[in-house]
Design a protein around this ligand. Structure first.
Ligand SMILES: *Cc1c(COP(=O)(O)O)cnc(C)c1O
Length: 402
């Protein structure tokens, strides 16, 4: 199955470029550079070097013997992206894009971040490559994610607060784009998920596809068969498309993305974009989107800051339209339950984002035979969420399962 977008960057009805005219030549330059270097042997050699020695790839595929026994039914395997340097899958993409930026002769990196995870991965790779790094972050998010702000600054990045509007991710993106246009000759915009105008969704998928390639090879080696179902959480959709891309041609493998239903499927209480959204344009691309009657992004919410985005990568919208992937939801409570369950049965504390995918695997496993395999992308580790969980426990907002 081909998943390359058409010449205008459309995956079926979704994607493309919806940009002010001054950004079009910049996107064209980026597309040309990506096409030129993606399969260049020297580029691949360097990318592979940093994946091995900086990121720590390949990441293991781990069989959850205890959890699988406890649930009964299918065997649950985890792709351990939580063991990457910096604790999540995001570094796969920042290393790839920063090597490209260097090839393009750029000296400065600019990025936006919501919860700070992409900002931290960007700051780290910019430090590694000796590039100047500016991270735009909503003033509200800076307050909420102080630790990540310190981490970015420790690695030499400048964190610029976005003071307009709601002072969160959307405003940070607006301000980062504006700053980029000012100095596009010297600056590279490093986007953190499989979203944005063409070529970003295609490029981020490419750099994250290592997840699926490794996982497919690993499960064939361990089980001599393909998984019954592969599952990943969907925020912008980069860890999910990275996993899914290797299984799209395997018609017998079911593909499931998991979105946050938060406190419930009422407006403002969730970020279930593919479940409840309608086609719309945000941040330079079209996709399913949670929007109000004026086409403005609707307020979104999830317990996990990495999943509360009102749009979604265009390739996921296409996979939904053609029925190749299905998208389901897990609530805050489901994610918290999965968070504690994995911690206690396997000694692995998952990121709250990844816990959404795990929650769906825990629902599915008991309905399948014992020889079936479920492969879950554990997109990140939960250390970053421990303080939040502790606070919510103390406030009585959640309770630990017995
Ligand atoms: C950022 C993040 C996500 C969500 O981003 P995607 O682009 O949808 O993958 C999921 N898990 C973790 C651990 C993250 O840091």
């Amino acid at each position: 199955m081909t998943t390359t977008p058409d010449a205008n960057g459309f995956f079926g009805a979704h994607g493309g470029r919806f940009l002010p005219p001054d950004l079009v030549p910049v996107m064209d330059e980026l597309t040309r550079a990506f096409e030129r270097y993606r399969d260049d042997p020297e580029f691949l050699r360097e990318f592979d070097y940093y994946q091995r020695h900086f990121t720590g790839r390949p990441s293991p595929l781990y069989f959850c013997a205890n959890l699988s026994r406890r649930l009964g039914g299918a065997k649950i395997y985890l792709k351990r992206e939580d063991l990457n340097h910096l604790g999540a899958h995001k570094v796969n993409n920042t290393v790839g894009q920063i090597l490209l930026a260097r090839r393009m002769g750029k000296k400065k990196i600019i990025a936006e971040t919501g919860a700070g995870q992409h900002g931290v991965a960007t700051a780290a790779t910019a430090a590694l490559m000796g590039m100047q790094c500016t991270i735009h972050m909503g003033a509200e998010d800076i307050e909420r994610q102080k630790l990540n702000v310190f981490r970015m600054e420790m690695m030499g990045a400048r964190v610029v607060p976005a003071m307009s509007g709601q002072r969160t991710l959307k405003e940070a993106v607006d301000e980062a784009l504006a700053a980029w246009v000012q100095d596009a000759d010297n600056t590279y915009y490093l986007l953190g998920s499989a979203v944005g105008p063409h070529p970003y969704p295609m490029m981020v998928r490419h750099f994250q596809s290592v997840i699926g390639r490794e996982a497919r090879e690993q499960i064939l080696e361990l089980e001599s068969r393909l998984p019954h179902t592969v599952i990943a959480c969907v925020g912008g959709g980069s860890n999910a498309i990275g996993l899914f891309s290797a299984f799209l041609d395997d018609a017998d493998v079911a593909i499931q993305g998991v979105e946050p239903s938060g406190r419930g499927l009422t407006p403002g209480d969730h970020a279930a974009t593919l479940t409840l959204g309608t086609p719309g344009v945000l941040h330079g691309f079209s996709s399913y989107m949670l929007q109000d009657e004026h086409g403005e992004p609707a307020p979104v919410y999830s317990i996990s800051a990495g999943l509360d985005y009102p749009s979604v990568g265009p390739e996921h919208s296409h996979l939904k339209d053609i029925g190749r992937a299905s998208y389901v939801t897990a609530s805050d409570a489901d994610a918290v339950d999965a968070f504690f369950t994995l911690s206690r049965t396997e000694g692995i504390i998952p990121a709250l984002e990844s816990a959404h995918a795990l929650a769906q695997a825990m629902r599915l496993a008991p309905t399948l035979p014992a020889d079936a395999v479920i492969l879950v992308n554990l997109s990140g580790r939960g250390d970053k969420d421990v303080a939040q969980i502790e606070r919510m426990l103390r406030a009585g907002e959640i309770s630990a399962p017995r």
